[in-house]
Ligand binder design. Sequence first.
Ligand code: SF4
Length: 464
Amino acid sequence: MQEVIKHVACPYCGSCCDDLEIAVEDGKIIEVKNACIIGIEIYHHASREGRVGSPRRRQSDGTYKDITYDEAIDFTAKMLIKAKKPLIFGFGSTNCEGMAAAGRVAEDAGAVLDNCASICHGSSFLAIFDTGYPSCTLGEVKNRADVVIYWGSNPAHAHPRHMSRYGVFPRGFFTGKGARGRKVIVVDPRYTDTARCADHFLQVQQGHDYELFDAFRMVMHGYGAELPDVVAGIPKEKILEVCDVIKAGRYVHIFFGMGLCHSDGRNHNVDIAINLVRDINEITKCTIMAMRGHYNIAGPGVVWAWQFGFPYCIDLSKGSHAHMNPGETSSVDLANRGEIDAFINIGTDAGAHFPIRAFEKIGSSMPVVTIDPSVNMAATVSDVHIPVAIVGVETGGICYRMDNVPIQYRAVVKPFNGILTDEELFDKIYERMQELKKAGVTSDGTWDYATPLADVRPVKEVYE
Ligand code: SF4
């Protein structure tokens, strides 16, 4: 019999749409309503043929063979104890319960605990540490904002329902005319699909956002007449026109994305954006928000700040205290400098998203475990791949939306083949570590994990 489950939250992007309706029949997902195309795919993926239903161990000929959860847990626990400085990275795509369980394991292992922020909005964190975060919730944007700026972000592709749920089109309490009552400004080097929805499009020169922010700040401080004729590729008249729109707004909101965090200046682009928000607040109301990527990438910042006092790049190897210093304790930097000796890829795909030089070092010189529902690029170079239940599809939990509002996720079907959740898996790894330590296993660097990838074939070849 078919059952329709309502108010389901989507486990893909930071918009965390929680108005999905999922039709389920005989334990299979039949139809997904209200989600964008990306969200729909997540649900159908769960019911697709060929899911990995059991942990897998790489063999000496490079193929993978199914093993039991006990064997996979034993491998991972031994790896964590034997390693001098293991790195546990990922967590964009799991629930807060899984993150907390992993935090306990990392502390016990003396590991470095890091999440996808260190290759994404980590630079925003640095700016926020320096400058503060005059932000709001997405509901406030929907209900109040009459000037919305998307700066270096392209929600039409990256957060497909963001503009219709929060930023541009919805009719809110004080924004009853919806898109007709809002002025939308897009700043991007490319004329994106988001820019098509804009009243004003500023085609900034790639990597020159800082100069443009500076120009905006000059105008807000009353020095607009002294601007040069062109700043960062934008004519002075256009800058003055857009600043007039901002000053006339009742409530201005800036959404920013990778255009600031991944281009020259990084955290300083965000610093100056936050300072511009403060300037605008001298004239009218203004707030700012990072367009967080994964549906729960805000989660580690909340959970680990509570556990350890830091949101990411957390070095627990000193035992007595946590230490955080991005650049020193960030995953890619640690990998590039060869400072780690074991790697867990969890709820992400470092194989696809790390710079290849960093991932080559990981894949060719240390034991690697991937914890993920699917076969991804990291899994293809891992010693052990452990499948887990998909959050929001096969298991519930708390996830933090891009504005740090917690959303209760729910399961719509049972876990495929009885696979474990991330939380259950990390709890079992923790228990096994205690047993092994009691039995005298220590970090003496003598562990032979049998089939290092380098003995099978180089990582480069795997990718080719
Ligand atoms: S916009 Fe994001 S959260 Fe909403 S349905 Fe699409 S992928 Fe899911």
